[in-house]
Design a protein around this ligand. Structure first.
Ligand SMILES: O=C(O)c1ccccc1NCC(=O)[C@H](O)[C@H](O)COP(=O)(O)O
Length: 247
């Protein structure tokens, strides 16, 4: 495993131990319905990610998460993803809460959830679960659902995709970034997306910079795309989002 990712997971385990379990109740926003509406309107469902930094990007973008999310939605984003991992991604539970208050679209909590305790830390509409990093994926999917989240189950290999499908998760991510080596290859998502069944929502994640990249993922069968760096670091977040929504 890549040393940065090992550290991220060790931190996640520590955070699970000290999770406060102070859990807000919120009315869930329907991601699957929002994706369908965007597609019917002839646009690309874009999940725009508020991503101040990461192990593979230089420096940290000083941003106001709520204002950035408003610009993403003004540009047509169907949903917003917010990192809550603090050490390597500059995220926080507060940033997630602020974003969810600022916009009316579904919000994804993007973190490295390894334990049930972490699930009940902070509410959102979707919760990322990474197949490669959890032992009991089915248990976490059920727990996430009973806590009111729609789980977005991330995969990177054919085996992981089969594991994810067995849990009955309705939203399946295919990440082009190999989290073991931190390399991006859009060919990976292009290969796996056509095997995501039609009754699931397939989300292409990572490595898309321009409309052609987004179009490539949609043509491969993605129902939605998740874009972080290219949108967060754009000079004009609203225009960049619009460019990808209209790909
Ligand atoms: O983005 C990273 O550097 C990274 C490093 C280690 C583990 C996970 C990482 N990224 C998580 C993600 O899935 C991305 O934030 C997300 O898909 C957006 O990717 P991008 O559009 O390439 O910023």
């Amino acid at each position: 495993m890549h040393p940065d990712v090992r550290e991220i997971l060790e931190d996640a385990e520590e955070r699970a131990e000290s999770a406060e379990r102070a859990f807000d109740t919120v009315d869930p926003r329907d991601f699957i319905g929002a994706v369908e509406e965007t597609k019917e309107a002839g646009r690309v469902p874009v999940v725009a990610e508020v991503k101040p930094t990461s192990p593979t990007t230089e420096g940290t973008v000083a941003l106001d998460p709520a204002e950035t999310a408003r610009e993403m939605v003004a540009g047509g984003a169907t949903a917003v993803s917010v990192l809550t991992e603090p050490r390597r991604f500059g995220g926080s539970a507060d940033a997630l809460r602020e974003v969810r208050e600022a916009v009316d679209v579904p919000v994804l909590r993007k973190d490295f959830v390894v334990d049930e305790a972490q699930i009940r830390e902070v509410r959102a509409d979707l919760l990322l679960l990474i197949t490669a990093f959890v032992d009991d994926l089915g248990g976490l999917v059920d727990e996430a659902r009973s806590a009111g989240f729609e789980p977005l189950v991330e995969t990177h290999t054919r085996d992981e995709l089969e594991t994810a499908l067995r849990t009955g998760a309705r939203v399946i991510g295919v990440n082009s970034r190999d989290l073991r080596r931190l390399e991006v290859d859009l060919g990976r998502a292009e290969e796996l997306l056509p095997t995501v069944p039609d009754d699931r929502v397939g989300v292409a994640e990572s490595g898309m910079e321009k409309p052609e990249d987004v179009r490539r993922m949609i043509d491969a069968g993605a129902d939605a795309v998740l874009v972080g760096t290219a949108i967060t670091r754009a000079d004009d977040v609203r225009e960049k989002t619009r460019e990808l929504v209209e790909a």
